[in-house]
Design a protein around this ligand. Structure first.
Ligand code: ATP
Length: 407
């Protein structure tokens, strides 16, 4: 059977993955086999999410009625029901539903009734608490397929420590990444000297190590010195896979969906209030704004190097009229030029403007020309992919260290 759970936490605490790890241990204690623990990230633009829009699924062998009972008891015991925005969903199915609902939940928006229809058709045991929204994520989790799996080892804190400062040795995290990158990623952000894998929220997570296989995340984990975790769980995930991206075209983008879009820079990038960098991006008659927000740090310097006419693939979510960049691919560079008044051929003095669109005039001999002096601007931007730093990376975004896409 597959057990799906979602929406158990609040900004004040808990984490659906922790609850899933506890549930896995309770099922094992009842002599059930837990064959797989799956962590799915769903559409990152869903406004109901607490943090990273995670849902979990366990693949379990055993008595489905008993497993459903234990799952519901665990949710009732551990979920943060005090939060108005916590609406847990628990699902048990004996066969995986069609994965189309999972892909819709990762790339688009779903309704609670759609999830319920799928569950009824599958003959599922399910329980939606409060407004039942958690059934969306729980159904997506049991319907999920992972064509490009990645792994995360999550270490969880002892309950008496929740909400207090975490003790994790920073040096050991940098050493773990040095020893295992690119097979693990986003443990730390070396360029910005920031620890990425230790959260600051009051939830049970101590740290999470992401990587390409259980053995790589376990190797990195073995190098980390920290307070003693209560439990640890390796999850198979869709993180770092770009599962949320659709191929889109400017002019047809839908609010809250995430895209790869090809086009041409239609304006020079500018820096706005708060250090956000933006430029207009064109495909034929359609234009959209691309944004690189301040937390994307050095990535903004790459964006600033674009000039009008550069051909680019922009990747990111379309929100309020802008594509919020996660990465870009520079496909071709335009010939950037600057112009200035020419030197007078008669008296060898630099001419001056004769007024807007009126050409240039020599103040010494009165000669006139319409032709400026043209200079090609040297371009230092290299073709290829550029990405936001690990501190600003979304869970679903595929890091370039995992290998680039052909297009
Ligand atoms: P948790 O650790 O509890 O899972 P979270 O940050 O992952 O925290 P949730 O608290 O689960 O976020 O809140 C997300 C809510 O949005 C859930 O109820 C989930 O069912 C729902 N949801 C997820 N994806 C979609 C979607 N594509 N369309 C509509 N609702 C969605």
């Amino acid at each position: 059977m597959l057990i799906g759970i979602d929406d158990t936490d609040s900004p004040e605490g808990m984490c659906t993955t922790y609850l899933g790890a506890v549930l896995a241990r309770r099922l094992i204690r009842e002599h059930m086999r837990v064959r797989e623990a799956r962590l799915l990230r769903l559409n990152p633009n869903v406004t109901y999410k607490t943090r990273g829009n995670a849902a979990i699924a366990l693949d379990v062998g055993g008595n489905a009625d008993r497993a459903f009972e234990i799952a519901c008891t665990t949710v009732e015991e551990l979920a943060d029901f005090s939060c108005a925005n916590t609406n847990p969903g628990v699902v048990v199915v004996e066969h995986r539903p069609d994965p189309s609902f999972y892909w819709r939940a990762v790339r688009d928006f779903c309704e609670i009734d759609d999830a319920v229809k799928i569950l009824d058709a599958a003959g599922a045991r399910y329980h939606g608490y409060k407004n039942r929204r958690g059934l969306i994520g729980a159904t997506a989790a049991v319907a999920s397929e992972l064509p490009d799996p990645t792994f995360e080892l999550l270490a969880y804190r002892k309950p008496n420590l929740w909400g207090s400062m975490r003790t994790v040795d920073k040096k050991s995290l940098f050493a773990a990444q040095d020893a295992t990158f690119p097979h693990t990623w986003d443990t730390v952000d070396k360029k910005n000297d920031v620890v990425v894998c230790v959260p600051h929220t009051p939830d049970p997570v101590l740290f999470g190590i992401r990587g390409e296989s259980p053995s790589w995340v376990m190797l990195a984990r073995s190098m980390i010195q920290s307070e003693k975790p209560a439990i640890e769980q390796i999850w198979i995930t869709n993180q770092g896979t770009d599962a949320h991206l659709l191929d889109g075209t400017i002019g047809t983008l839908k609010e809250g969906l995430s895209y790869r879009v090809r086009g041409v820079a239609a304006s020079a990038p500018g820096t706005g209030v708060g250090g956000h960098v933006s430029f207009f991006f064109r495909d034929g008659d359609h234009t959209v704004r691309c944004m690189a927000y301040e937390p994307t740090k050095g990535f903004r310097n790459i964006v600033r190097m674009l000039v009008e006419g550069d051909e680019v693939i922009a990747v990111g979510s379309y929100k309020k009229g802008s594509v919020n960049l996660e990465k870009v691919k520079v496909i071709s560079l335009s010939n950037a030029i600057t112009t200035r008044p020419p030197v007078c051929s008669a008296c060898n003095k630099r001419m001056t403007s004769d007024g807007k669109n009126k050409g240039f005039k020599c103040r010494t001999c009165g000669a006139h020309t319409r032709t400026p002096e043209v200079h090609e601007v040297p371009r230092y931007l290299e073709l290829g992919w550029y990405e936001v730093p690990p501190t600003a990376r979304r869970h679903l975004a595929k890091p370039l260290c995992r290998g680039e896409r052909k297009s």
